[in-house]
Design a protein around this ligand. Structure first.
Ligand code: KG4
Ligand code: ZN
Length: 336
């Protein structure tokens, strides 16, 4: 079969991204324009500002992806775009652009669920992943454990009842005055702290299901910090380390339990929080000498990018699952 080149477009949150991927595996170009500096001054993503920035950046980013690849518009075989879940205004920019572009170059359009994209980031770097697999998707908007019996089927077996893991990192970082985005800031501060200094709950660890709740942990961390600050019993570094440990312990334990219960051969980590060193390390240690192997994407493919979108669209291309030009964006999780 001839090579298949897919252009991926991603605008679901605060990254405007475009990438070209060959045969679902080989990254030919990968361009990410992060709006972090823009949103930093507000301490978090401002949806309206994100939409406006996407409009400014999208054509430039797509052109950069073609330039980096040394390809012309007509060299590609399909246009893939994230159409859910995410910020509706932000998604609409990518979806509208992708539809117009696909129509203009007379190529099919493929709709990609952002969560599926995150999981498929693993397949861009590893070609020996065995099934069945259990996936932990943890980002600013999602915290789910999914069951993946084959390379196509995805089924949510548990998810957060309230805040996403990344959201909890971001809120605690803000409270501790560590800045935005919170995950990397907390991780950096935690490296200098004692994870056992502040006692925090391992929420839902006593339950046998795969549900999470991070809102209570966030509140507990904030209350403990107020006390510790007054009494001088812990530093901001200790607080960051203790919070990170409490959150990572729950994510790792539930993922390992799911892998055992479902007799998984692989664990796939995905999403922005999958970049967290403590999470990667704990899962790595606990996956040793187990009947399953652990996979995670390299750091730049954990956070939002379009290579994961183009990569995951390959299977749809082969099966002829194309989206109509009436495709709409949708904020909720929708079908995977
Ligand atoms: O996947 P992503 O780029 O966007 C969403 O789909 O939400 O994830 C962004 C989230 C943010 O909440 C950020 O704080 C978190 O991922 N994050 C991290 C780390 N790097 C990014 N959380 C913990 N540790 C990190 N090293
Ligand atoms: Zn994401």
């Amino acid at each position: 079969m001839e090579d298949v080149l897919i252009l991926g477009i991603e605008t679901s949150c605060d990254e405007t991204a475009a990438a070209i991927v060959k045969n679902g595996q080989e990254i030919i170009s990968n361009v990410v324009n992060s709006q972090v500096p823009v949103h930093q001054q507000f301490g978090g993503v401002v949806p309206e500002v994100a939409s406006r920035k996407h409009i400014e950046n999208i054509a430039v980013v797509v052109d950069a992806a073609f330039q980096q690849a040394g390809l012309n518009y007509h060299d590609i075989d399909a246009v893939a775009v994230t159409n859910m879940p995410g910020l509706i205004g932000a998604l609409l920019v990518g979806v509208s652009f992708a539809k117009a572009f696909a129509y203009g170059i007379e190529r099919p359009l493929i709709a990609v669920n952002h969560l599926r994209g995150h999981i498929y980031a693993n397949f861009l770097e590893h070609n020996n992943i065995e099934f069945p697999a259990v996936c932990l998707v943890v980002s600013g908007g999602h915290s789910s454990i999914l069951w993946m019996p084959d390379d196509d089927t995805l089924e949510v077996i548990g998810e957060t009842r309230d805040d996403a893991a990344g959201e909890a990192f971001d809120k605690v970082a803000r409270f501790l005055g560590l800045g935005y985005p919170g995950g990397p800031a907390v991780q950096k501060a935690a490296a200098q702290g004692d994870p056992n200094k502040v006692v925090l709950p391992r929420v839902f660890l006593d339950r046998s299901d795969y549900e999470f709740s991070f809102s209570g942990l966030k509140t507990a961390a904030m209350n403990e910090w107020k006390k510790a600050e007054k009494r001088g019993t812990a530093t901001v570094y200790d607080m960051a380390a203790s919070f990170q440990a409490a959150l990572v312990d729950v994510l790792a334990e539930k993922t390992i339990r799911a892998a055992r219960q479902y007799r998984a051969k692989s664990i796939l980590l995905a999403g922005g929080v999958a970049a967290n060193t403590a999470l990667r390390l704990q899962l790595k240690q606990r996956s040793q000498e187990q009947p399953f192997s652990l996979y995670y994407p390299s750091l730049s493919l954990c956070t939002d990018n379009a290579a994961m979108i183009a990569g995951s669209a390959y299977a749809s291309f082969i099966k002829g699952y194309f989206a109509p030009l009436t495709l709409n964006a949708q904020p909720g999780q929708g079908s995977l």
